[in-house]
Design a protein around this ligand. Sequence first.
Ligand code: 13P
Length: 262
Amino acid sequence: MYCTHMRGSTAYMCAMLRMYEKNTMNNGGNKMANEQEIRQEMCEIGRRVYERGMVAANDGNFSVKLNNNEFLCTPTGVSKGFMTPEHICRIDAEGRLLEANGDFKPSSEMKMHLRVYKERPDVQAVVHAHPPYATTFAAAGIPLEKPVLSEAILTLGKVPVARYGTPSTREVPDAVAEYLPYYDAMLLANHGALTYGDSLMNAYHKMESVEFYARILYQTHMLGGARELSSEQVGDIYEIRRKSGMTGKHPALFFDKISGIK
Ligand code: 13P
């Protein structure tokens, strides 16, 4: 049980945090599921990503860690909105194919995914998508860092922009590596967004949160600018995060000041 020592004014935030964890960890966690269930869940997440417009055409990819040397991943060049479990491929930690049906081949971005698993042993699933608002910020090279939404501050903190790398090359994993120890979400310059977590649902929910945050930042900018929370208000939320038992990394755990984006 966490948040037991927080002030009364933080009760809502604590309740929200518990709800978030319930939704992201217990629903769809891959520790209890067998491989077939995981494949089905990957198809379900594919439909959500596609139907919510977080990718166009065949874009996006995701993966799930089965054990230290086996990973399930989406196939390259296939719409994530129409996948069936047979489309899913299995690879090892070096990216070598272990199993695929027919002509399906693993996503071209698996070097990036495998780097996440390598640097972050706590991660069980990785999601890469091109949600339009987040990708707009990525294309403009602007990190998501204005403190305007309590939920975004709590769950994401800030979302940095990893430098551009040619898709499918080593440049991409090398670019994301510097942020992996501190963040669970990042924008990929001129490309899209990357999220990861201790279950596929958790990683996917972070992608939703990133897109929602980017959209609100964009829309408030159109209205002349958001009213930002004060450093004290942000500090209170960071304190909740520090004292919570929430999994994953958050910049509040590493940087004292809201301005301290790496
Ligand atoms: P894949 O179809 O190879 O997964 O690539 C899609 C994509 O979005 C690349 O960034």
